[in-house]
Design a protein around this ligand. Structure first.
Ligand SMILES: C[S@@+](CC[C@H](N)C(=O)[O-])C[C@H]1O[C@@H](n2cnc3c(N)ncnc32)[C@H](O)[C@@H]1O
Length: 260
């Protein structure tokens, strides 16, 4: 009972945190996906794993609808889910005229969608914030059709890489000279770190940690993709501070399948 209650509180805190960031989320580097090389790099990564055919896709934690835009541009039929009404309302406005798109206010860890109803489940920057990853992966497995694909983009946000630590020091110096960036993820950092401390992956989400959990949920054919082409594309248009930000964390793309 105690566990359930504290989990509910944690979820409320997570939802509240993102809701408060909804209006400025797209202003923080790395969230909005601008047209051009960065958009193309993300699209290429999705196409490589989902294939060229239109699919029925469940996008978990769609936030302000940036990945949604990619999925629609690739011709997929998308159900875009988030548990923050504030985030969803930004996404709804952005995609007012979109065809083949349905929004859903629901918990990504238990979406209550029918079994075997999606060809693919896609999410960016959700897995690190799951409160019960084992149960969530089991739910996702159920919702996929046999042969369906789970594709997610995430990273280890708990500890910068060695190069990242150097980049981080340079960012502190730049902040001192040109002023801090109020929209970057450091904004509301006390609340962010209080949430991190209570998450199962709060001390780091790595491929090594997540693979056995996916395996236990029944996923197979694991493929690990590199985030480097996306970071490289970001650097083509980023200023110095944002270029340094592309070096901070170890990111990965993970794709796996439900057996036929
Ligand atoms: C870092 S943002 C990522 C948004 C979007 N995926 C993107 O990459 O632009 C995290 C999002 O996950 C949502 N979220 C976190 N936990 C969730 C859950 N259990 N169910 C539904 N949405 C969740 C938040 O509301 C927020 O919109």
């Amino acid at each position: 009972m105690h566990g359930t209650l504290s989990n509910d509180h944690l979820k409320e805190d997570i939802r509240d945190y993102w809701s408060r960031r909804s209006q400025t989320f797209d202003l923080a580097f790395g969230h909005r996906i601008p047209e051009g090389p960065e958009f193309d790099a993300w699209a290429a990564a999705i196409r490589a794993h989902l294939g060229p055919e239109p699919r029925r896709v469940l996008e978990l934690a769609c936030g302000t609808g940036e990945v949604t835009r990619l999925l629609l541009s690739l011709g997929h039929e998308v159900t875009a889910l988030d548990f923050s009404e504030a985030m969803l309302s930004v996404a709804r406005k952005k995609h007012e005229r979109a065809k083949g798109l349905r929004f859903l206010l629901a918990d990504a860890e238990n979406p209550m969608e029918p079994d075997e109803s999606y060809d693919a489940i896609v999410c960016r920057h959700l897995v690190w914030t799951l409160t019960t990853p084992e149960q969530a992966f089991a739910e996702w497995h159920c919702m996929l059709k046999p042969g369906g694909t789970l594709l997610f983009f995430d990273g280890d946000w708990a500890a910068p890489t060695r190069l990242g630590r150097l980049a981080s020091r340079a960012i502190v110096l730049l902040d001192r000279f040109i002023g801090t960036d109020p929209h970057y993820d450091g904004a509301m950092s006390d609340r962010h770190s209080s949430i991190m401390q209570r998450l199962p992956f709060g001390d780091g989400l790595t491929v090594e940690r997540v693979l056995p959990l996916l395996q236990a949920a029944g996923f197979r054919d694991m493929t690990i993709g590199s985030h480097t082409p996306i970071a490289r594309a970001q650097r083509r248009t980023a200023d110095l501070r944002n270029t340094l930000r592309t070096l901070l964390y170890r990111r990965f793309i993970l794709c796996c399948r439900k057996p036929v």
